[in-house]
Design a binder for this molecule. Structure first.
Ligand code: GDP
Length: 334
């Protein structure tokens, strides 16, 4: 069993950049226990003034696109520039299915030994909102611990991208050349969220296909509505683990692009607006989550629900009446 510490232990540990304490604090934030949550809240409030100064980058792509290989190369490059990097991996599938789309193998081996990098996998919560809630708070803790660049990695298979998009400054979509039409169809919604696309594995026999894909995707992006920030999402190619003796390429360019984006958006105020919008979204989703927790946390609520469901089903009660009865119960108890 893990030992819980007083809030001050986490606060001072985080502010001095102690990774062990940072990890403990993230575990605390991820905990569902009310007493853990109370301490986590105190810790977050105490370090809040030290947060917000990083660049937050979301990275997504289907399994096998090369996310971990890209992050190894990209992260190693960033640390060579003197950045302190935290990598948070959000895997919406890991808990429920028992398996994990991000793989059980050790990922990012080089980066995990890099003294200027910190890697933290976030297991799935029971709900998407839960994942988002904890990841946002984890970002804040990492910032308070001195990390100036935060990468949030997620698997490009569903709704989690939208959630991660809602907590980062820059959203990077990794794509494979020659992916099937059905896959691209599925990707459309995600492509609209992207601030840049990177075609991975642009090396060896795949290089020409990657260049063709780059042009195709660039054309496809032109058809999307403008972002309103003056930014047109570019498409790049990269090779993070070259085959056939070629050098890695495209990694530095991705960083230059993000850097340029950051400068432009800071100057024109779009970065600030994006973060303000995100705070509001966070507030609304927290409120929704807490209301749900409070509602379903009422003693006997499941039985009452089953009873009312049966009555609605058999037509002896109208849905509206059932809802009123349930909500009346809620306000009566709180
Ligand atoms: P993830 O599931 O998105 O994290 O993908 P991985 O990073 O695990 O990569 C999936 C596979 O693609 C692995 O076998 C990698 O070795 C390979 N791969 C990743 N990046 C590159 C690249 O730049 N070039 C080539 N040729 N293979 C790559």
């Amino acid at each position: 069993m893990r030992h819980r510490h007083p809030a001050q232990h986490y606060i001072s540990g985080i502010l001095t950049g102690d990774r062990l304490v940072l990890s403990q604090a993230i575990t605390l934030v991820e905990s569902r226990r009310a007493d853990d949550q109370a301490i986590a809240q105190q810790v977050l409030e105490a370090v809040l003034a030290k947060t917000g100064n990083s660049i937050r980058i979301g990275i997504t792509g289907v399994p096998g696109v090369g996310k971990s290989t890209f992050i190894e190369a990209f992260g190693t490059y960033l640390t060579s520039l003197g950045h302190h990097l935290a990598v948070l991996t959000v895997d919406p599938t890991s808990q429920r299915s028992g398996g994990s789309l991000l793989g059980d193998k050790t990922r990012m081996e080089t980066l995990s030994m890099n003294p200027n990098a910190y890697i933290r996998p976030s297991p799935a919560g029971d709900s998407l909102g839960g994942v988002a809630h904890r990841t946002r708070e984890t970002i804040l803790l990492c910032e308070a611990a001195g990390f100036d660049t935060i990468l949030v990695e997620t698997v490009g298979v569903g709704q989690s991208e939208t959630v991660v998009h809602g907590m980062v400054d820059f959203f990077l979509l990794l794509m494979l050349a020659g992916a099937g039409d059905e896959l691209q169809g599925m990707k459309r919604g995600i492509m609209e969220l992207a601030d840049a696309l990177v075609i991975t594995k642009a090396d060896g026999d795949n290089r020409a296909a990657a260049n063709r894909a780059r042009v195709e995707y660039q054309n496809a992006l032109h058809l999307f509505p403008p972002t309103g920030t003056g930014w047109f999402p570019p498409v790049l190619t990269c090779s993070a683990m070259p085959s056939q003796g070629t050098e890695p390429h495209g990694i530095m360019e991705v960083w230059q692009l993000i850097d340029e984006y950051q400068q432009q958006m800071t100057q024109n105020g779009a970065r600030n607006r994006r973060r303000q919008d995100q705070q509001l979204t966070w507030f609304i989703s927290l409120l929704r989550q807490r209301l749900e927790e409070r509602f379903y946390g009422q003693p006997g609520i499941r039985d009452t629900l089953t009873r009312l469901e049966n009555q609605v089903f058999t037509g002896t009660l109208l849905p509206l009446q059932a809802v009123d009865m349930l909500l009346g119960e809620l306000s009566g108890k709180h």
